[in-house]
Design a protein around this ligand. Structure first.
Ligand code: BGC
Length: 729
C-alpha cells in the first residue's frame, strides 16, 4: 500500500458529516458525487423545496446542515428563477438500503461500531466499513466500496458486502435510482420517468434547460436472484453465521450533451476487480505526471496530494464545454459557476502537468465568446466582456450587481491564462484558431470601458478588483495592469501573426474586422492607462482611493475568528474601510513578479497583510507564495498551514459545501514558484526561468515532481542544496 495516499474518517459525528461529503467527493471529470451514504441519513429530506436567496456566498448560511447529496454532470445546468443558471443535482443512483432482521440501517439511528471511511487518493475509490449491531442481536459487518470509472466516464461502480458475524441473520436490500431530489430547493425536472426491464432500472429526466439525462443501474448478487419490485432492485436472503453476501451495482449516466459514444455492454460482463484495475491504471498515469513528493512531513504530503487528487478528478481531457466550478463540483455553494479561479488559480496546474486539459479549459472560454460579446453589448460596449460568474452560455449569471458590474478583471485574467498556456506550450495553433480572437475581442471591450481624463490618460473608474471588500475603486492596480497586458497582448499577437503566418493574420483580421486604426487605439490605451509610479511610492497600492479609506479596529470587531470577518460589518461599511477580503496587490505581484523589485513586493506585503482577513479562500496561499519570495519564513509556514487546513482539516468543517479548488490549484503554484523557485512561463521564453528558491517549509527535507515545459518533461528536485532540474524524464 503506497504511503500517504489515503485519507480517513474514523469518527462518526453528524457535525462534520457534510464536511466529509465534500472532502471525500469523487469524480472522473464527467460525473461527480459527494461522499454521501448510499442509504442517506434518516430524516434528512433530499427533495426539499425552499427558496435560496441570492446572497454573498462568503457570509451566506447554507441550508441542509447535516447531509446534502450531490450528483453532478457539469454540462447539465438548470434554470432557477431567482438564481439564474445553476448546476443541478441529478437523481441519486447510489441509493442502496438494508434491512437486517427487519431493522432499517441508518447511521444516525442504529447501533453502529468500528466505523471507518477511507478515500484512496491514488485511484479515487471510497470505502466505508462498519459493524451494524441490530436490536435483535445480530452483528453485521458491512463494507461499501465505490468509484466513478476514469476508464469509462459514464460508469459508476459500487460493491457492497455484508457478513453475519455472530449468528444467522436475515437481510433484505432495496436499491434503485432516487428521483426525489432538488437543487437549491428547486425542482429542475420538467419530466422524469422510471422504467425497468429484466436486469436494469432506467431513469430518464428532462431538465428545465431542455437537456435529457439517462441513468441506468444494474445490480448483481453472488448469492441470490435479484428481483425488481416497485422500480427497485430487491434481494432477500438468510445469511448463515460467518457467511458473506456481495452486491455489485453498475450505474451508467448519459446526456444529450455527450461528446463521445461509449457503450456499456462490455462493462456489464466485467468483474468488479477488472473495472477496479482499469480505473486504477488510468489514475496511475495521471499521478505519474502530476504527483508532488514531499519527504519529511507526512501531514503536508497528504495535504498536497489531497489537493492534487481534487484537481485530477475535476477535469477529463475531452470536455471543452465546461470549466471547473469554484467548489470543484463538490457542492452547490457557488451554483456550479466558473470564476477567475479557473484561469489564474487552477489553470497552471494543468498547463504544467496535462496541457490538453489546460487547452480545453480555455476552449470553454472560446465556446462562450458569443455570450461574452452579448455581455459587452448589454453594457453598451463593443467586443467581449466575460461574466464574473459564467455557466453554459457566457452571459452574466451573477445577480449581485456590484460584482457583475464591477469585477471586470476577469476579462483580462482570461487573456493572461491564454498567454500563459501559449508561452508554456508553444501551441500557436490554439492562438491562431481560438486564442487570438478572444484576445482581440476583449481588447476591444476595454476601449469602451476606459474613461479619458483631461491629461489624455485613461482610467478605469468604478471597479472591483480581486479584493471584494472594496467595490468602487478608481484605477485598481491589479485590474489596470491586467488590462494593459490584454491590450499589449492583442497588439503583439496581431504583429506575430502578420510576421509569421499571413493567412492566419488575414483570416483573423477579417473575422474580427480589425483595422490599423483600432490597433493603434489598443496601443495608445495600453500606454496611457494609469498605473502607479512604483519608483516613487515603493509599493503596489491597491487603487487610487483605497488608502484614504477609514481605519478599522479589526481585532475588536472580529469577535469569533471561526466566522468570516464579513459577518461583523455591513458591506456598505466594508466598501469604505481599510480592510481586505483577500490579497489584491499581492495577486498582482504573483502574476507579474518581475514588474517589481523585491523591496516593493515586501513593502506591499507589509502594508496590506495586517488588514487582510482572508475571508476569501484564495488569499492565504497567495500570501504563502509571496512571503517565500520576500523571506518571511514564519508567514510561509503560517499561510501554508492555513491553506492546507481549508478543506483538509476536518475541524474547520471547510468542505461542507464544496472544495476550495482554487486553493488546491494555487497550492501547486506554491510548490513550483516558491519552493522550487521556477518563474511562470510568461516571464521567460525558452529555458525554465529560475529565481532563487525559498528555504523549505517546516519539516520538509526534499520535494520532487515532474513538470512539462514546452513539450519536454523535466524532473525537479529541491532539497537543502537548492533546486536541481533534469531534462527528459
Ligand atoms: C472570492 C473570489 C472568488 C470566488 C469564487 C469569492 O469569495 O472573493 O475571488 O473568485 O469566491 O471562489
Amino acid at each position: 500500500m503506497e504511503k500517504n495516499f489515503r485519507i480517513y474518517r474514523n469518527t462518526f459525528d453528524m457535525d462534520y458529516n457534510k464536511h466529509f461529503e465534500g472532502a471525500f467527493c469523487q469524480g472522473n471529470g464527467y460525473q461527480f458525487l459527494r461522499a454521501t451514504f448510499e442509504e442517506g441519513i434518516d430524516g434528512e429530506e433530499q427533495g426539499e423545496i425552499y427558496t435560496r436567496e441570492f446572497k454573498s456566498v462568503t457570509t451566506e448560511k447554507q441550508r441542509c446542515a447535516i447531509t446534502k447529496w450531490g450528483t453532478y454532470i457539469p454540462t447539465i445546468m438548470g434554470n432557477n428563477p431567482q438564481l439564474n443558471e445553476v448546476i443541478i443535482n441529478l437523481p441519486y443512483f447510489m441509493d442502496f438500503n438494508l434491512l437486517a432482521d427487519g431493522e432499517k440501517l441508518s447511521m444516525n439511528r442504529c447501533d453502529i461500531s468500528d466505523f471507518s471511511m477511507v478515500l484512496n487518493l491514488k485511484n479515487g475509490c471510497l470505502t466505508r466499513t462498519f459493524t451494524f449491531n441490530t436490536k435483535s442481536g445480530s452483528t453485521i459487518k458491512a463494507k461499501y466500496e465505490r468509484f466513478p470509472s476514469k476508464k469509462n466516464k459514464h460508469l459508476f461502480v459500487q460493491k457492497i458486502t455484508y457478513k453475519a458475524e455472530n449468528r444467522d441473520a436475515n437481510i433484505e436490500i432495496t436499491s434503485g435510482i432516487d428521483t426525489n431530489v432538488t437543487t437549491n430547493g428547486f425542482n429542475h425536472f420538467m419530466e422524469i420517468s422510471t422504467t425497468t426491464n429484466d436486469d436494469s432500472i432506467t431513469v430518464v429526466s428532462k431538465s428545465d434547460m431542455g437537456n435529457t439525462i439517462t441513468q441506468s443501474s444494474y445490480l448483481a448478487c453472488d448469492k441470490e436472484q435479484v428481483n425488481i419490485i416497485d422500480n427497485k432492485f430487491n434481494v432477500q436472503y438468510d445469511l448463515k453465521e460467518n457467511e458473506e453476501i456481495t452486491f455489485i451495482k453498475k450505474s451508467f449516466s448519459f446526456t444529450d450533451m455527450d461528446n463521445e459514444e461509449i457503450g456499456i455492454e462490455g462493462e456489464l460482463v466485467k468483474s468488479y476487480d477488472e473495472l477496479y484495475k482499469e480505473n486504477s491504471q488510468v489514475w496511475e498515469k495521471l499521478w505519474d505526471r502530476s504527483d508532488v513528493v514531499i519527504e519529511g512531513n507526512d501531514h503536508d504530503q497528504l495535504g498536497i496530494r489531497f489537493s492534487i487528487y481534487h484537481l485530477l478528478r475535476c477535469k477529463e481531457e475531452s470536455e471543452y464545454r465546461s470549466s471547473i466550478c469554484a467548489k470543484g463540483f463538490a457542492g452547490e455553494a457557488y451554483y456550479g459557476r466558473y470564476f477567475w479561479d479557473s484561469e489564474i488559480f487552477m489553470l497552471p496546474f494543468y498547463i504544467y502537468t496535462n496541457p490538453n486539459i489546460a487547452k480545453n479549459l480555455l476552449m470553454y472560454r472560446y465556446n462562450t465568446l458569443e455570450g461574452a460579446k452579448e455581455n459587452a453589448r448589454s453594457y453598451n460596449c463593443k467586443g467581449a466582456r466575460y461574466p464574473w460568474q459564467s455557466a453554459t452560455t457566457g452571459t452574466e449569471q451573477c445577480s449581485l450587481w456590484e460584482y457583475a458590474d464591477n469585477e471586470i478583471h476577469i476579462t483580462a485574467d482570461i487573456v493572461y491564462g491564454i498567454w500563459h498556456y501559449y508561452k508554456a506550450t508553444d501551441d500557436i495553433e490554439f492562438i491562431k484558431n481560438y486564442g487570438a480572437e478572444i484576445i482581440v475581442e476583449t481588447a476591444r471591450f476595454w476601449l469602451d470601458r476606459v474613461d479619458v481624463d483631461k491629461d489624455g490618460n485613461y482610467n478605469l473608474f468604478n471597479v472591483m478588483g480581486p479584493d471584494e471588500y472594496t467595490a468602487f475603486n478608481c484605477n485598481n492596480t491589479f485590474t489596470n495592469r491586467l488590462v494593459k497586458f490584454n491590450l499589449e497582448t492583442a497588439c503583439y499577437v496581431i504583429q506575430l501573426l502578420n510576421e509569421t503566418d499571413k493567412i492566419a493574420y488575414v483570416k483573423l483580421c477579417d473575422k474580427v474586422k480589425l483595422d490599423n486604426k483600432e490597433l493603434l487605439e489598443f496601443k495608445k490605451v495600453a500606454e496611457k492607462l494609469i498605473l502607479p509610479d512604483y519608483e516613487k511610492v515603493q509599493y503596489i497600492p491597491q487603487s487610487e482611493n483605497f488608502d484614504n479609506y477609514a481605519d478599522v479596529d479589526i481585532d475588536n470587531l472580529w469577535k469569533d475568528r471561526k466566522n468570516p470577518f464579513g459577518m461583523y460589518m455591513t458591506h456598505e461599511k466594508l466598501y469604505r474601510s481599510k480592510v481586505l477580503k483577500q490579497a489584491d496587490s499581492l495577486s498582482l505581484a504573483m502574476l507579474f513578479k518581475t514588474d517589481f523589485t523585491i523591496e516593493q513586493i515586501k513593502n506591499t506585503y507589509e502594508h496590506y497583510e495586517p488588514i487582510t482577513t482572508h475571508d476569501s479562500s484564495l488569499s492565504p496561499i497567495n500570501h504563502a507564495i509571496v512571503a517565500g519570495w520576500i523571506g518571511k519564513e514564519e508567514h510561509v509556514n503560517k499561510f501554508l498551514q492555513y491553506s492546507l487546513s481549508l478543506d483538509f482539516d476536518s475541524n474547520r468543517n471547510g468542505a461542507k459545501d464544496g472544495i476550495h479548488i482554487a486553493n488546491c490549484g494555487c497550492m501547486y503554484q506554491f510548490i513550483i514558484h516558491t519552493i522550487a523557485g521556477i518563474d511562470n512561463a510568461l516571464i521567460n521564453e525558452d529555458e525554465i526561468p529560475m529565481s532563487t528558491s525559498y528555504t523549505m517549509p517546516k519539516g520538509w527535507d526534499k520535494v520532487s515532481f515532474k513538470i512539462l515545459w514546452k513539450n519536454v518533461s523535466y524532473f525537479v528536485t529541491v532539497d537543502k542544496n537548492g533546486t536541481k532540474i533534469t531534462k527528459g524524464i
